[in-house]
Design a protein around this ligand. Structure first.
Ligand code: MG
Length: 385
C-alpha cells in the first residue's frame, strides 16, 4: 500500500435533538435538548469518518470553528498525533471542557477513517482483538419500585442479561427503605443469574449524601449481589472515594465526569476506584481512552467505559472493548433512538445477550441518512460526498 497522507478538508457537526432520553438529572433533560452531537470528518481521499460527542451540539459547532486552523490539512491517518496536537495547542482555552469533548469526536472519526483506509477494524489497529463479542449492560433510570421492576423485566424480555439502574430518586429522598426497595425490585426482575449494577449518580446537581451514606448503602447493595456501586460520592471527593473503596463490600466505580488522561492519574495512583469509567465521547476520544484503560490495567483497576451514548459512541466502545485484555461489558442505554434508530443495521443481541464486535473496516457502523433526518435539522452535513 502506498503511504500517502489523506488530508482533512473539513469537519462538520450535527446535534441530535427531538428524542433525547432523560438523564435522571435534577434539572431534567427535555427531548428537544441537545446533549449529543455527531461529527463527520471529510478528507481529500473521499473517505469520511464519523464520531460522537457528548455535549450540546452548539458547543461542538463552536469548538470546531476554534480548532479548524489546527486540523485543516492534517493527515487523517494519524489519529493519536493529530488529537494530541489539538490538545497541546488549546491548553489555555479550557482544557478538559468543550474543546476536549470536541476533540473526542474528531479522534473517533479519525480512527474510523484509518480503518476505512486500511480495510481493518479499529480494534485491530489498536493492537489486536481479544474477543469477538461483549456483554452490553442495559442502563436504566431508577424509578419507584413497581415501575423499576417492570422496566427491568421489559429489557430482560428483549434479551439483556446485565442491567444498571441509576439516578432518579435513589439517595435523593433521604429514605433508605425506598432505596432498598428499588434495588430489591430490580434484582427480582433481573433474576438471580443475571448481573445488576447500581449508579447513585452523585455527579448530579447538589448531591445531598456523604461518606457515611455511601458506606451504609454499599452494605445494603451487597445483600442484592450488586456488581458495582457507581458514583456513590461527589465527583471531586477523592479522599472519601479512597476510603470507601477500602471498606466497601462491593466494588466502587466512577470517573465518568473526568476528562483528559492526566486527570485520572491521582485517582488510579491513590486507589480511588475498583472500576474506572471514562467516556470516550468526552475524555479525548479513542486515543485517550485507550491510554487510560491500559494505565488502569497496570494498576489492577478494571475498565468499563461510560457510554450514555449514540450508535457511533457505542461503536467506539465496542472497538475499545475488543482491544483490551479484560473488558467484559459495554454500557447500552435502554430505549434510546440515538442508539437504536440512526444506523442502517440495528445492534442485535445474541442468544446469550451479547453484542458482536464489528470487524468491518473502521468503527463498523453505518449511519442512515433517512433515519437521522428525524433527529437532526440537517443530516446532509454528515453525508457530503
Ligand atoms: Mg454513571
Amino acid at each position: 500500500m502506498e503511504n500517502k497522507p489523506v488530508r482533512i478538508t473539513s469537519i462538520e457537526a450535527a446535534p441530535l435533538v427531538g428524542d433525547t432520553p432523560k438523564g435522571g438529572w435534577d434539572a431534567e433533560i427535555k427531548p428537544e435538548d441537545s446533549i449529543h452531537a455527531l461529527i463527520a470528518v471529510y478528507t481529500d481521499a473521499g473517505i469520511t469518518g464519523h464520531g460522537s460527542v457528548y455535549t450540546d451540539g452548539r458547543l461542538v459547532q463552536a469548538g470546531l470553528r476554534v480548532l479548524e486552523p489546527l486540523f485543516r490539512d492534517e493527515n487523517a491517518l494519524e489519529p493519536q498525533r493529530v488529537s494530541e496536537k489539538l490538545h497541546q495547542n488549546t491548553f489555555w482555552m479550557g482544557r478538559g471542557g468543550t474543546l476536549t469533548h470536541v476533540i473526542s469526536g474528531i479522534d473517533i472519526a479519525l480512527w474510523d477513517i484509518l480503518g476505512k483506509a486500511t480495510g481493518l477494524p479499529v480494534g485491530q489497529l489498536l493492537g489486536g482483538r481479544y474477543r469477538t463479542r461483549v456483554q452490553p449492560y442495559c442502563s436504566l433510570l431508577m424509578a419507584h419500585p413497581a415501575e423499576m421492576h417492570d422496566e427491568v423485566a421489559r429489557y430482560r424480555a428483549r434479551g439483556f442479561r446485565a442491567f444498571k439502574i441509576g439516578w432518579g430518586p435513589f439517595g435523593r429522598r433521604d429514605d433508605a427503605k425506598l432505596d432498598e426497595a428499588i434495588v430489591r425490585a430490580a434484582r427480582q426482575a433481573a433474576g438471580e443469574e443475571n448481573r445488576l449494577f447500581v449508579d447513585a449518580g452523585a455527579s448530579d446537581a447538589h448531591w445531598p449524601q456523604g461518606l457515611k451514606w455511601a458506606m451504609r448503602t454499599a452494605e445494603m447493595l451487597k445483600a442484592y449481589d450488586v456488581g458495582w456501586f457507581e458514583e456513590p460520592l461527589r465527583p471531586d471527593a477523592i479522599d472519601d472515594f479512597c476510603h470507601l473503596r477500602r471498606v466497601s463490600p462491593v466494588p466502587i466505580a466512577g470517573g465518568e465526569v473526568l476528562t483528559r488522561r492526566q486527570s485520572f492519574l491521582p485517582w488510579l495512583s491513590r486507589g480511588a476506584f475498583d472500576i474506572v469509567q471514562p467516556d470516550v465521547t468526552k475524555v479525548g476520544g479513542i486515543s485517550e481512552q485507550r491510554r487510560i484503560a491500559w494505565m488502569a490495567d497496570d494498576f489492577g483497576v478494571r475498565y468499563v467505559g461510560h457510554g450514555w451514548n449514540t450508535a457511533v459512541g457505542l461503536a467506539a466502545d465496542l472497538q475499545l472493548a475488543t482491544a483490551l485484555p479484560n473488558v467484559d461489558l459495554v454500557e447500552f442505554i435502554g430505549g434510546s433512538a440515538y442508539l437504536d434508530g440512526i444506523t442502517e443495521a440495528p445492534f442485535v443481541l445474541d442468544a446469550e445477550g451479547y453484542l458482536a464486535i464489528p470487524d468491518a473496516p473502521g468503527l463498523g457502523v453505518r449511519l442512515d441518512r433517512a433515519k437521522l433526518a428525524r433527529y437532526t435539522p440537517d443530516p446532509s452535513v454528515l453525508f457530503r460526498a
